[in-house]
Design a protein around this ligand. Structure first.
Ligand SMILES: [Zn+2]
Length: 391
């Protein structure tokens, strides 16, 4: 079965790109999904020969062609400086059997959010949500198209893969320590992240949504959740049925996002366009792909736009992995890639990894993507090699 591995550039650079590629090929890995534009991160790198941890503010790992960009331009990674890690890695991989895909967290940048507070998602209360740029904003859309053009024109990738080019929401998206000691629950997380920036409001107004009623409903719902007057586990669909303006408001984002993704597809063509469906945290409670509408993602519409769909099935219980991949298969005729987290807190031994992989394969995954090269120990890498030998 075709298999990919996510990788951060520093781990490949530190080991030597060609050496790392040959090691991955020996494990049965066909492709590397290389981080090119990434959110802020601190990694633990157990087998990196040069460093055991790496911290980065949200940044890109190549030298951008600024001619493509408008008012929002990428931040070049500070540790990389004047180098171009993407170019170095592409050179190192050129004579190896391992192909490269681009992996970008397109609109998830607390650095760009700090520089452009007017372009971020905006809570129902009017707060700038620093971790994410709003896809309804024309300047953000221009940035997304420019970044995509920049990456696709490098001529080194087979697939341009993205995540978080949508209306991302929820806790856990900062580089900072978050002090969120009020229980929001799924409804509260959704409502707090529902963007009411001027562009989202304009789009909804244009199709006849009562925006002020929607915003007031979202605010009062959140206030009730804060104080326990509304249960933290209130069913979102039921609540929206009682507050239809909020549901209609959220729905209007689907068309905006679908149009933007069609632009991305045109730019990427003839390369392949892949998207990661990532809904919240880790574990069995992690929401499945059917929750994508909360991010403004129209799965049926996207099935005509995307060339592959990756479901990040990061659940401890293999039966939940199976359900998540199964659900993805029902939406997409295109290749479905199952993302398997091959380290803590999901996988702790080879049998555990095998159970995850088998569940994904049984559910109809066409390809596997493992997370991630530099952030799991050598022993976990050897488990991947052993499991790939037998699926
Ligand atoms: Zn917005």
């Amino acid at each position: 079965m075709k298999a990919a591995m996510w990788a951060h550039p520093w781990d490949l650079i530190d080991e030597g790109p060609e050496q790392a590629a040959n090691r991955l090929a020996a494990l049965g890995i066909d492709e590397v999904n290389l981080a090119t534009a990434m959110h802020s991160v601190q990694t633990l790198n157990p087998h990196n020969p040069e460093r055991k941890t790496f911290f980065a503010d949200a940044s890109v790992y190549f030298q951008p062609d600024l001619d493509h960009y408008g008012s929002i331009t990428p931040d070049v990674n500070a540790t990389m400086g004047d180098d171009d890690w993407l170019a170095t890695i592409a050179d190192g991989f050129a004579d190896t059997p391992v192909d490269l895909n681009s992996w970008s967290a397109t609109f998830h940048s607390s650095s760009l959010g700090r520089q452009h507070p007017e372009a971020t998602l905006e809570s129902p209360f009017g707060d700038s949500l620093v971790w994410g740029l709003c896809p309804s904003n024309p300047a953000v859309q221009a940035y997304g198209r420019a970044l995509t053009t920049d990456l696709a024109s490098r001529d080194v990738f087979g697939t341009i893969e993205m995540e978080l080019a949508d209306y991302q929401y929820g806790t856990g998206y900062g580089w900072h320590h978050q002090e969120w000691f009020t229980r929001l629950g799924p409804l509260g997380e959704f409502l707090f992240g529902l963007c009411f920036c001027e562009h989202c409001r304009d789009h909804a107004t244009a199709v006849g949504v009562d925006v002020e009623t929607a915003r007031e409903s979202a605010r009062s719902g959140l206030s009730a959740l804060f104080e326990g007057e509304l249960a933290y586990d209130t069913d979102i669909a039921g609540w929206l049925a009682e507050h239809p303006s909020v549901g209609r408001y959220a729905e209007t984002r689907r068309e905006t996002l679908l149009t933007l993704f069609e632009d991305f597809s045109s730019i990427i063509d003839p390369l392949d366009f892949g998207y990661y469906f990532k809904m919240g945290g880790l574990g069995d409670d992690r929401m499945g792909i059917e929750h994508s509408w909360k991010h403004g993602l129209d799965l049926y519409g996207l099935s005509a736009v995307l060339d592959s769909a990756t479901v990040l099935a990061y659940h401890q219980n293999p039966s939940v992995v199976r359900d998540d991949v199964n659900a993805t298969r029902t939406f997409f005729d295109e290749p479905v890639r199952a993302g398997i987290l091959a380290g803590d807190p999901i996988v702790h031994d080879q049998d555990g990894l095998r159970a995850q992989v088998q569940a994904a394969v049984d559910a109809g995954a066409n390809e596997l993507s493992f997370y991630g090269y530099g952030v799991i120990p050598d022993r976990n890498l050897s488990w991947i090699g052993d499991v790939l030998n037998t699926v």
